[in-house]
Design a binder for this molecule. Sequence first.
Ligand code: GLY
Length: 330
Amino acid sequence: MKRRNFLKNASLTGLGLAVAPAIASCETDDKKVKKSTGKTVVPVVVATWRFHNATKAAWEVLEKGGTSIDAIEAGCRVEEADLKNTTVGNGGAPDRDGNVTLDACIMSKDGGYGAVVCMENIAHPISVARKVMEETPHVLLAGKGAEQFAVEQGFKRENLLTEASKKAWEKWKVKSEYKPIINIENHDTIGMLAIDKNGDISGGCTTSGMAYKMAGRVGDSAIIGSGLFIDNAIGGATATGMGEEVLKTVGSYLIVELMRQGRTPQEACEEGVKRIVASNPNYQNFQVGYVALNKQGEYGCYCIHGGFGISKFQEGKQTYIDSKAYTKKG
Ligand code: GLY
């Protein structure tokens, strides 16, 4: 299959994305994301999709006075351990050869960055990424090297391909093609941003990437500036969806830089999506969603197609925010 068709066909179902009929939703349970109030409301944690258990775990760390980096690791680990989630960690959908390969990165308040890509047999890539950041002179380890480092650090090797994922892959192999259909699972990569009681921000992003991807394919999630970017002076941003498009526009870095220039998190996310759409007439066939958080604890989110949303825990309350979308009905 030609690369373009592979990506096009893989774009919707492969990422487990919910692509609702093209309608722009402007409603959020916070009514509307407002311009800056000047009020700082921290601690806070936001994450892509309905990852309520993950944001809850992160909030519990923050509420006790824990650091944002500890909150991020604790939150992301919840999704990595969830065998029912076929887009993150253990139980993730495999590549086209049947191998589960994971990408993850973490960024700290000090501008620290650690990442692993295409790592197999280790269930918690977010924790390995943190070890890369804290225990090595490097920032990114790939494949066998990442796995070997993880084992040296005490992580155990395990089979990440569940029976359910194996069956789905075997079914896919019969035709080895995709049909973009509306996916009801409504989840994908987890990107998470957290600010602790000290006002320091950290972020993490972890994924098994596109289901049935080509062997060796790496998306945006573990790549600094694309799937995640944090600047403790400004805020952070993270992405979900079609990694190739986020990578080409260095999306999360762009959003943080736009916030630096005075845009609200909402405005910055909208511009990030519009950059992708403007240069890509094929945008109807894939989804990208962003979430951003500034240092005041104000969030924004935006996506190409409706169906994306974010989980938030702030002031002791968990909420789900249905993201506004670029596409309009008809
Ligand atoms: N955003 C996840 C990926 O493209 O791998």
